[in-house]
Design a protein around this ligand. Structure first.
Ligand SMILES: [Fe+2]
Length: 362
């Protein structure tokens, strides 16, 4: 198999289509510590939508809202609520990536086109992935601006909370479709199956899920795919699929260097996290052994820890960041481990299900 057949460089940004991008941008600046870097809207000659580009470390979010009821953005929001539309890649050559992707079985979403302004130009194309989500391919020619041609630099600093980059982005797909999409990422992107979890790893009394992690050869871009597994009651994946009205991005994991600092700041600024049960911390030292971080701080901030053969990781999950129980964020710090917190799944699911029960969805 050819390594990196589309010549992907990295995740360029994740675009969310939202009902009110101005307020969403405020939320991600004030609550998550992103800085606004660029803007496109009526004042920049963009008539149908307004977008705010935000950045923290190397993680970039693009928040876009429609300016009329007829656009595909409005339809997307009507169906999915505020949701991820595009997981965009910076590539060597957008035309090449697009042609290769389509030849390898992807369906075209946007034919290659120029994006041009006074700062230079870029090429942009896109293909469809699960649900109504797309993957954009972006390559620059001689661009000197801060985000993409069409955007003007409009800086508004946020209080950085220590997020370094996007670690992984998880997609939820329908029952029976996980293998289809794993094969799709393997065929189209040349990704490998990095690891997988089945219902024996990830189940509680009520629900279960199956997961396959697809990764590029450098393990810099990781895309786990979940599907629901049969449980006694409705699983969290079923709940997502119901409220997102189909498949879509379930969570964006943000990598940080010092999770105790990051989580403390996020909690201070009002980000809501899943409540990890007390019982989790009683069993923790025996399960993970000694870690660099202070166990009392970990317990106080309700951070999750997991260990595997390579090391350990610390992680915590926010509650959904919109009213529909759909997209949420993960904060993750890696200390050797390249895993996803398999040992936390059960403890975590019990916590998720307690929230789900409050919403009358269990
Ligand atoms: Fe995750």
């Amino acid at each position: 198999m050819i390594a990196n057949p589309l010549k992907l460089k990295k995740i360029h940004h994740v675009e969310m289509w939202v009902g009110n991008a101005k307020q969403a941008a405020y939320f991600y600046r004030q609550a998550f510590g992103f800085s606004q870097i660029a803007y496109a809207g009526l004042e920049t000659g963009q008539r149908d939508r307004t977008s705010y580009a935000l950045e923290q470390g190397k993680a970039r979010l693009l928040l876009t809202t429609p300016l009329d009821s007829q656009s595909e953005i409005s339809e997307h929001i009507k169906k999915h609520g505020d949701a991820v539309r595009d997981i965009a890649f910076h590539v060597e050559d957008a035309d090449f990536a697009f042609t290769q992707a389509v030849e390898r079985g992807a369906s075209a979403a946007l034919e290659p086109r120029d994006l041009i302004d006074t700062n230079g130009s870029a090429r942009h194309a896109a293909v469809h992935t699960y649900g109504d989500t797309i993957h954009s391919f972006i390559s620059y020619k001689d661009y000197k601006g801060s985000f993409l041609p069409g955007f003007e630099s409009r800086e508004m600093p946020g209080a950085d909370v220590g997020i370094v980059r996007i670690d992984h982005i998880v997609g939820n797909v329908e029952l029976g479709r996980m293998n289809y999409w794993a094969d799709w990422y393997s065929r189209v992107f040349g990704f490998e199956r990095f690891m997988s979890f089945d219902d024996k790893d990830v189940s509680t009394e009520y629900s279960a899920l199956m997961s396959i992690v697809m990764s590029d050869d450098s393990h810099a871009m990781k895309f786990p795919l979940n599907e629901p597994a049969a449980g006694r009651r409705k699983s969290q994946i079923d709940e997502y699929l119901e409220f997102n009205q189909g498949p879509g991005a379930q969570h964006i994991a943000l990598l940080c260097k010092d999770i105790t600092q990051t989580v403390a700041k996020l909690k201070e600024s009002g980000v809501e996290f899943l409540r990890v049960p007390d019982s989790y911390y009683e069993l923790l030292p025996a399960r993970v052994g000694s870690i660099k971080e202070d166990m009392e701080t970990i317990r106080r901030l309700r951070i999750l820890v997991d260990r595997d053969e390579e090391g350990y990781l610390l992680q915590l999950f926010t509650k959904p960041v919109e009213d529909r129980p759909t997209l949420f964020f993960e904060i993750i710090q890696r200390c050797g481990s390249r895993g996803f917190g398999k040992g936390n799944f059960k403890a975590l699911f019990e916590s998720i299900e307690a929230e789900q029960a409050k919403r009358g969805n269990l």
